[in-house]
Design a protein around this ligand. Structure first.
Ligand SMILES: C[S@@+](CC[C@H](N)C(=O)[O-])C[C@H]1O[C@@H](n2cnc3c(N)ncnc32)[C@H](O)[C@@H]1O
Length: 244
């Protein structure tokens, strides 16, 4: 199915439906779009960390290991955009401890159900999962110290809305650590929702990604890690909301 770019509103809705459908199936079957669970070690997660989280939280759906770059501290308030089975949320919860709090946000009801079941299985009481869009984050203004996201923003048909919402919910001085797929340059292509849902067709040029973060108000934007060799590749970025 190729979507007509001239009908942008319909396209955005249709893309969301195809993306949600894909991740609903993954949540229910436990199978990954991107490989098996051992890929998480290759992405930068340590085996010992992976042993500490519920098994079905690690679905090998990420394209980096942002939590390792987040320098989390006890007591911090963390929100994971597109939390899937909850891998990064559970790892963050271990570091922020009882005085901290972690919120995972995902639009796919089956992913939320899976993540909540995972939380119940390990009695994680400093983690909660909220169903919602990352373009309309279900969290209050300036209520979060650290935003994480792993291989999700590329899936959004409205990345500027995601960046604006990320900026809104972060407290002054807060930071965003995101791993995502980007492209080396502007690639002319039709929008195929299946390709979009597979983390390929929704990827935008790295420079546009950084530009979007800057337009939203973020400063001190650093690329912490970059895979190379392909037109579509992964980056891990850090961006800051300046303190008042
Ligand atoms: C590639 S998976 C990554 C999951 C998780 N971050 C991980 O690393 O395991 C993408 C997730 O983002 C969710 N998602 C995609 N687009 C979204 C949107 N616009 N708003 C909220 N969640 C979204 C999907 O339901 C899915 O769970």
């Amino acid at each position: 199915m190729i979507i007509d770019r001239s009908n942008a509103m319909k396209s955005a809705q249709e893309i969301r439906e195809v993306v949600a459908d894909r991740y609903a199936k993954i949540a229910v079957t436990g199978s990954s779009c991107c490989g098996d669970a051992s890929q998480s070690v290759a992405l930068g997660y340590s085996s010992s960390d992976l042993e500490q989280v519920p098994e079905s939280a690690d679905m090998s759906l990420g394209c980096g290991a942002p939590v390792g770059y987040a320098e989390l501290a006890a007591g911090e308030r963390v929100l994971d955009l597109g939390s899937g089975g909850g891998l990064d949320a559970f790892l963050a919860a271990r570091v922020v401890g009882d005085t901290g709090h972690v919120i995972g946000v995902d639009m796919t009801p089956q992913m939320i159900e899976l993540a909540r079941a995972n939380a119940a299985a390990v009695s994680a009481n400093n983690v909660e999962f909220r169903q919602g869009l990352i373009e309309q984050i279900p969290a209050a203004d300036a209520s979060i110290d650290v935003l994480l996201s792993n291989c999700v923003i590329n899936l959004s048909p409205d990345k500027d809305a995601v960046f604006a919402e990320a900026f809104r919910v972060l407290a002054p001085g807060g930071r965003l650590i995101v791993s995502d797929m980007v492209t080396s340059d502007e690639v002319a292509r039709s929008i195929d929702p299946e390709g979009w849902a597979a983390c390929i067709d929704g990827a935008i040029p790295e420079a546009s990604y950084v530009g979007g973060l800057q337009r939203a108000g973020f400063v001190d934007i650093d690329v912490l890690e970059r895979t190379t060799g392909d037109d579509v590749y992964s980056v891990t970025l850090r961006a800051v909301k300046a303190a008042d």
